[in-house]
Design a protein around this ligand. Sequence first.
Ligand code: PLP
Length: 396
Amino acid sequence: AIHLNLNVRGLGPSATLAINERCAQLAHEGRDVFRLGLGQSPFPVPQPVVDELKAQAHQKAYLPVKGLRELREAVAQYHRRQEGVEYSGADVLIGPGSKELMFLVQLVYYGDLVIPTPSWVSYAPQAAIIGRHVRWVPTRAEDGWRITPEALDRLCRPDPTRPRILILNYPNNPAGTTYGPDELEALAEVARRYRVILISDEIYGELHFHGRHASIARFYPEGTIISAGLSKWAGAGGWRLGTFTFPPSLRWLLDAMAAVASETYTSTSAPIQYAAIRAYQGGLEIERYLHNSRRILRALAQRLHGMLTAAGIDCAAPEGGFYLFPDFCPLRERLARRGITASGELCDRLLEETGVAILPGTDFGRPAAELTARLAFVDFDGARALVAAEAVPPHQ
Ligand code: PLP
């Protein structure tokens, strides 16, 4: 007999991991595979950070559950410098990936989870595991899949005092778009009106193509938790280090999450935490690494966006990160003649017939009939690309 918690019945491995396994299988069969499904950084971890990890390999102690004090201070200082908000080390929680911290916050918080559609693949399944109610906020392609202040107001107004957490992710996975300061300020005003807690998922913040990322914490510091970490900008997804930065008014959430962490994973890997301090210290070499990463991603995104739109496929102009979210609707009739009427079929047929792996919009909460899909443009040799970019003067 199978005795499973009701909440996890029917839960499979996450969509991005599943596509990865299918790609590995096809490659094993000798097929050419283009891995545009899984979104992980193509770049190596910056050398000073790797060197520091080697130097810290002897670190073996369990560390404090909230994270190493020096690292918490380095993260607070980083966000203080970026946003001009007065964070201190006590406001920071270190965890084994921001994904785990997302899960913990949902576990300890009492209220609704509000997420835009499309949204990153794991928010909704995490809510389902916990048995939490999810409210999807619709967005539109013509708004670059951004949530508007009006849409947020419409959702909150009927029940204005209901406790809610909204996850806002920018630069966005899967849309590739981001929010400018004016849009953030307008959203902050609505969030403040209804006392919505914002989790501002800024894991791609450093990969804004023009290095102009700004956090909504500037406009709504008392209600915003900044989620970030090393996975995307430092190419260190497998190191598993994420950070949540809280305002003092939400310290109760930090403390509750740390209490659960202390009974589950205990603390984040010690050598990784010591090495992460080096990453947050920055410096010239890391600045160049970031500058070149952005240039490479921007050039690729613009090229691909141009090719898609030239082929008659709708696609919001990308502004950061490493994703595009094309809408194949203009090709609807041609696709239907080949028996393709849903985004899942489109992606399956594309993989089987051409070896190109992309993910259907349904994995991100979009309707099947819409023919949207996410394309991650990371299947290239990032180390070589960085060397090549080094040879091009920085102002280009
Ligand atoms: N948020 C978004 C939007 C992501 O795309 C990812 C990674 O894929 C994460 C969070 C989780 O990152 P990590 O757990 O590696 O910090």
